[in-house]
Design a binder for this molecule. Structure first.
Ligand SMILES: Cc1ncc(COP(=O)(O)O)c(C=O)c1O
Length: 319
């Protein structure tokens, strides 16, 4: 069958392939702790009861029509407040875009910023940036990291590649290692990006950062999450954040992701995803908007998640 070059060259998800191989071995009786796909068994990790009830109620109330392209305003408002209180970040509802999980938002970030042939830098190991590069015709620049740096990139690792790049795709806490940037480590990278953008003329596209922090609410113990704009507010015009409810609320099948960043970029991402039609279902949006404002329920749920995750980690290490 003749298909586009892009479609012909697509490769499947590596992690799903490995996940299937592991599932097959488990089926044959092997005793394996499957850490491949970042999904949750709903029998052990159900979504928050309040969210579950809210979704059912929203369907009963008839929230079954198209949501607005950017996401319902109540949810963008709730996320704006959530970001302010939980992360100290000031993003208004117009700086926030909702989508059907965070994947479409990563795609939209690439689409809004990267032209075919543009260089996208991402550290290895990395989650799916190779595929987003392929989908958008970007030139991938994969940069190796070291175990002694917790598999996180350092400024020195990235510096040689920044001069002619359009996008630096970072993730912390990192899939697949669960490791995070240190404050100093991320600050040094932020300073490099600021210096690079000072060097570029106003006619050139700046160097942008895609910052995927989808796991950040699950950090526990002494681990602290850092993000570029909190550390260097001057970076605000250059950073698009990827975030969402899939992991922190064990809600991978509920499909409510969000992104925030410079208003003009978010506006373009909204137009791109509007054509794709990758909205989060409206009833889920209504319920999530309500749930995010229930601070005590959110805290209780996230604390419970962390305890269960820590318990499984300890059980795994003892096994
Ligand atoms: C780092 C990272 N970003 C984004 C996603 C996608 O999340 P979603 O299910 O909300 O599309 C995943 C899923 O595994 C992930 O690991």
């Amino acid at each position: 069958m003749q298909v586009s070059q892009m479609a012909a060259g697509l490769s499947g998800s590596e992690i799903i392939r490995i996940g299937n191989q592991v599932s097959e071995q488990v089926r044959q009786g092997a005793n394996i702790c499957n850490l491949t796909i970042g999904d949750f068994d709903p029998a052990i990790f159900p979504i928050p009861a309040e969210l579950n009830a809210g979704i059912q109620q929203a369907y009963q109330q008839g929230h079954t029509n198209y949501p607005p392209a950017a996401g319902i305003s109540e949810l963008r408002q709730a996320i704006s407040e959530f970001l302010k209180t939980r992360q100290g970040l000031e993003y208004g509802p117009n700086d926030i875009l909702i989508a059907g999980g965070s994947r479409p938002l990563i795609y939209a970030t690439y689409r809004a910023l990267v032209d075919p042939g543009d260089r996208v830098i991402f550290p290895l190991p990395s989650w799916n940036n190779n595929h987003y590069c392929h989908l958008t015709g970007a030139m991938p620049v994969a940069v190796d990291t070291l175990p002694e740096n917790n598999f996180m990139p350092t400024a020195a690792d990235l510096a040689p590649y920044l001069a002619d790049a359009t996008l630096l795709a970072l993730c912390s806490p990192l899939n697949p290692t669960g490791t995070v940037f240190t404050k100093e480590g991320l600050e040094e990278i932020c300073d490099l990006v600021l210096a690079e953008n000072k060097r570029r003329s106003t006619h050139e596209k700046p160097l942008y950062i895609l910052y995927d922090q989808i796991y950040w609410l699950l950090t526990f113990g002494n681990t602290k999450h850092y993000d570029p704009v909190s550390l260097r507010p001057e970076l605000r015009d250059y950073v698009v954040y990827i975030d969402g409810t899939s992991k922190c609320f064990a809600a991978t099948g509920v499909r409510v992701g969000y992104s925030f960043g410079p208003t003009a970029i978010i506006e373009k991402m909204k137009s791109i995803l509007g054509h794709v039609g990758a909205w989060a279902p409206k009833a889920e949006q209504v319920a999530t908007a309500h749930f995010l404002t229930e601070t005590a329920a959110v805290d209780a749920f996230i604390n419970g998640m962390k305890t269960k995750l820590q318990d499984s980690l300890v059980a795994f290490l003892r096994a």
